[in-house]
Write a protein that binds this ligand. Structure first.
Ligand SMILES: *Cc1c(COP(=O)(O)O)cnc(C)c1O
Length: 230
């Protein structure tokens, strides 16, 4: 099942890139493996997957220890400040920075480990009350502040679009975030390190790619439905 799912997702990514006149190499696939057992991640690894997305600190720690060390782990979920220390040396990218307090703690922990950490700012474009993330108007002032942090590289923006029946309904959200991303790139805020626009999930990644996503986060489409009751 995994092999076929990966092939299907790959095919659709290529088709979306073609429709948008983009090169396939502009889009990174993050395979979202949250809740899935290590054996299934190993199977995906054996099929060539190297970029995994997780949303729980404990799960990243466990899976990091159990799986090959050339995997790129991406933290895509809400991150509590008191847990930053457990993953700061394990993750390649944190997609979900949404407060100055969190950025300060990441800076502090990164300094302790003598490394710099790549992060994205999470933007709640639709301003849904149920979701984390900065408001669109807050993003540029926030980015200017954290550009001063020596151990944080602000690499771009991330959003979780609303859950909708028709992915076309999210097109304007992706377009708006792309516009903000281009603005930030042009302002050259963090020494030109901005090159990632993380948007699009199983239900809407093709539209997100058409609107400029450079990273899509796909769980269900690769690993199947999640079971949260176990
Ligand atoms: C779970 C999750 C995904 C993947 O969702 P699917 O609909 O299963 O593709 C992507 N991004 C974030 C932040 C998630 O928490």
């Amino acid at each position: 099942m995994l092999r076929e799912n990966l092939q299907e997702v790959e095919k659709r990514i290529q088709e979306a890139c073609a429709r948008a006149g983009r090169d396939r190499s502009e889009v990174t696939l993050v395979s979202v493996s949250k809740t899935k057992p290590v054996e299934m991640l190993q199977e995906a690894y054996d099929l060539g997957v190297r970029v995994f997305g997780e949303n729980k600190v404990q799960e990243i720690r466990d899976k990091y220890d159990a799986l090959p060390k050339d995997i790129e782990w991406h933290m895509i979920g809400h991150l509590q400040t008191n847990k930053v220390k457990y993953i700061v040396d394990k993750v390649k990218l944190i997609h979900s920075v949404d407060s100055l307090r969190l950025a300060e703690i990441i800076e502090k922990e990164a300094e302790k480990h003598n490394r710099s950490v790549d992060i994205l700012l999470e933007v709640n474009v639709a301003e849904e009350t149920s979701k984390f993330g900065l408001k669109t108007v807050e993003v540029i002032p926030f980015a200017e502040k954290i550009a001063q942090f020596p151990h944080i590289n602000m690499r771009g923006l991330m959003t979780i679009a609303p859950f909708v029946d028709d992915p076309e309904k999210n097109r304007t959200i992706f377009r708006d975030l792309h516009k903000l991303y281009v603005d930030i790139k042009e302002k050259n805020i963090d020494n030109g390190t901005v090159s990632i626009l993380s948007m699009g999930m199983t239900n809407d990644y093709e539209v997100a790619i058409e609107e400029g996503a450079t990273m899509v986060r796909i769980g269900t489409g690769i690993f199947g439905a999640r079971n949260y009751s176990v």
